[in-house]
Design a protein around this ligand. Structure first.
Ligand code: SF4
Length: 247
């Protein structure tokens, strides 16, 4: 892969406890080619010249939090879509590993397929968002083709990287047992799945669409009930177990 020592990072958040194992710094890489209907960060779709930073400067900042990472924590690269800056992402993750900092990649799995192997070679954990299982629905939800993210997942399996599955549940789209059964069939054969999380859709990003002059695509869709989402998650995890035990 060609080198890129400069990339675009909108912000860093320290002491993250939910985006990967242990205590982590979260690096938000700006830019995303997807247009998920439920996106609550449309302000992250585009890069801004003010986001520009070198690998060295970024890793210097990330190193400051190293005492908090402990044996499980480290840095999570999220977005936007971090795979949108593959060369920079690879260099930054490689530099973290060289400093003894564990790397986690929070991704939709959409990017340049020819860069996946290099990136996965320096990834310790993946937070993998499933946004749809079938071409038509995936395209409706993301405006992107399904095959790319499937290739990412196949390569992640080949590299044996531990995965946390994450699925945003939007009322009227995903909050049904048929979808849970389809997800279970998809997830059960996968290796190295350490966690399965359903994330309730919320409407906290709606105002950001006004700011960027775009209509909110899910206008009128209510936030997902958290208890119902938890019930669906329990059902899904049990269903995955049942399928695995029966095979
Ligand atoms: S991949 Fe993430 S940042 Fe990109 S559009 Fe979808 S939800 Fe938004």
């Amino acid at each position: 892969m060609k080198q890129s020592r400069t990339g675009y990072v909108r912000k860093l958040e320290s002491m993250g406890m939910v985006d990967g194992p242990g205590i982590r710094t979260i690096a938000f890489l700006s830019g995303c080619p997807l247009r998920c209907l439920f996106c609550h960060n449309p302000d992250m779709w585009r890069t801004d010249p003010a986001d520009e930073i070198t690998v060295e400067a970024l890793v210097d900042k990330l190193k400051r939090y190293k005492p908090y990472y402990g044996k499980d924590g480290g840095v999570t690269f999220c977005g936007g879509e971090p795979l949108n800056q593959p060369e920079f992402l690879y260099e930054a993750m490689k530099a973290c590993k060289a400093e003894g900092i564990s790397t986690c990649l929070d991704t939709s799995g959409f990017g340049r397929v020819d860069t996946f192997d290099d990136i996965l070679s320096v990834t310790d954990t993946i937070l993998y968002d499933i946004k749809g299982l079938e071409e038509k629905k995936y395209r409706e939800m993301t405006s992107a083709p399904l095959r790319v993210t499937q290739q990412f997942l196949e390569k992640a399996q080949a590299h044996n990287v531990p995965i946390w599955i994450r699925v945003v549940i939007v009322p009227g789209f995903h909050d049904n047992y048929q979808y849970m059964n389809e997800l279970a069939d998809y997830i059960a054969p996968l290796n190295n799945i350490e966690r399965i999380e359903l994330l309730p859709y919320h409407t906290m990003g709606v105002n950001k669409y006004e700011t960027i002059g775009k209509e909110y695509p899910l206008e009128g869709v209510p936030a997902m009930n958290k208890d119902t989402c938890m019930e669906l998650q329990e059902y899904l995890i049990n269903k995955v177990d049942v399928i695995r035990k029966s095979n």
